[in-house]
Design a protein around this ligand. Structure first.
Ligand code: ATP
Ligand code: AH0
Length: 374
């Protein structure tokens, strides 16, 4: 048995999620502790700016790469303190990094020009924690013609597949991605579109709150049909189920502003929120219906699992498929992605592949990640 730390900081840009877990000889993870650290607001603002094309990007990237590396290290050191573990107790850290640009292969982007970029300097992280780091998990998959995302479906398959039962897992973070497990050995997965990102953008702007707790604001509003239609017309939603991934390049404040500008009159803020929730629910439900077979069970992870109004709407849309949180399978919804990167680091050190070509579209299975020694 070995101990690994997994670090995820995702597209919602809310902060850093770390887990400390043990992995047995088969790589089965068991979470021992979790620690989450919000970003300082200045770092959050600068990261959000770097997610969109702008001036002086190399200078900004270099600075934020180092700053983020130090923030990750401070989160790991806090987790070690909380658990009274020493650096030597940990085999390695698996660190996803912060995605600042994601240009996967698509109808408009040839695979040779595709790239994805995660920052958060792994050298700084290794130096300030004294623990080896595995990072840069996505780019080898891109080099093999894949999307470089989503990667968590491989973990979902390893932990959640059940012979004879068709299941799906949906992660509702900033973006949302699903994994489909047919009950034999097949798995599919892709990003469905925005998860919380547009809802977060709107409540921050209109209600000065970081997110819509339990979806209470959305629950007070009514869907605005013209706005929903406008948003659903985004080209990302016009494709079939299959390898595809997205990010803030497609869905961010600009997209929302553009859709709102097309409305004939000033909308009620609660109605906008209700519409954005409906967009997330409908695009997840549509994605499920495009799969070869509708799953009988859907397990939800990511922060969206705590949006009660969203969960209720999803349940209605996909009835009779049963909806539950991944907690019912033994993994807390906010731990799943960080566990995925601890598990991928374990696979890297054991020279095992990390990608699922049926999900990412890569030409073959490959070992993911680069190792930075302590
Ligand atoms: N109590 C809650 N009620 C409603 N929404 C919530 C609640 N708690 C968290 N969320 C939502 O979950 C988001 C964070 O989710 P999560 O940490 O899974 O995203 P992420 O990992 O940054 O994104 P991604 O999976 O796209 O990389 C918050 O920004 C918020 O919108
Ligand atoms: C490029 C990138 O960072 N993608 C994230 C993002 O957040 C959710 C969704 O979009 C998913 O594709 C991915 O994260 C998870 C961890 C994944 O790779 O499975």
């Amino acid at each position: 048995m070995e101990r690994f730390i997994g670090i995820m900081s995702g597209t919602s840009l809310d902060g850093i999620d770390c887990v400390l877990c043990t992995l047995n000889a088969e790589g089965l993870p068991q979470v021992e502790a979790h620690y989450s650290q919000p970003f300082p607001s200045e770092l959050q603002n600068q990261l959000r700016a770097l997610c969109q094309p702008g001036d002086n990007e190399i200078e900004q990237l270099g600075r934020l790469d180092r700053w983020l590396g130090s923030e990750y290290a401070s989160a790991v050191n806090a987790l070690l303190k909380k658990t009274r573990r020493k650096p030597e107790d940990i085999t390695a850290i698996g660190c996803h990094g912060q995605t600042i640009r994601h240009r996967p292969p698509s109808e408009t982007h040839h695979p040779d020009q595709a790239f994805t970029l995660q920052i958060g300097d792994a050298n700084t992280l290794a130096s300030q924690t004294g623990i080896p780091v595995v990072a840069d998990f996505r780019r080898r998959d891109i080099a093999e013609g894949g999307q470089g995302a989503p990667l968590a479906p491989a973990l979902h398959q390893a932990l959640f597949a059940k012979t004879g039962t068709c299941r799906a897992v949906v992660n509702i973070g900033g973006m949302a991605n699903i994994t489909w497990l047919d009950g034999n050995d097949a798995a599919l997965g892709f990003d469905t579109g925005p998860g919380n990102v547009l809802m977060d953008t709107w409540v921050q702007q209109a209600f000065d709150q970081p997110f819509d707790d339990k979806g209470q604001i959305a629950a007070r509003g009514s869907v605005i049909p013209e706005l929903l239609t406008k948003l659903l017309n985004h080209p990302y939603f016009q494709y079939q189920a299959g390898p595809r991934s997205t990010g803030r390049e497609d869905f961010d404040a600009g997209e929302l502003q553009w859709a709102l500008a097309s409305l004939a009159s000033q909308p009620c803020a609660e109605d906008v929120q209700a519409t954005l929730l409906e967009l997330t629910a409908q695009t997840i439900s549509d994605s499920l219906s495009r799969l070869p077979k509708m799953p009988s069970q859907l397990f939800v992870c990511g922060g969206g699992a705590f949006n009660t109004a969203l969960m209720q709407r999803l349940e209605t849309l996909i009835h009779p498929t049963l909806v539950a949180s991944t907690e019912s399978l033994g993994l807390h919804p906010l731990h799943v992605e960080a566990v995925a990167f601890a598990w991928l680091a374990w696979r890297r050190l054991n020279a095992l592949s990390g990608n699922l070509p049926s999900v990412t579209g890569a030409s073959k299975e490959v070992v993911l990640g680069a190792l930075y020694s302590a």
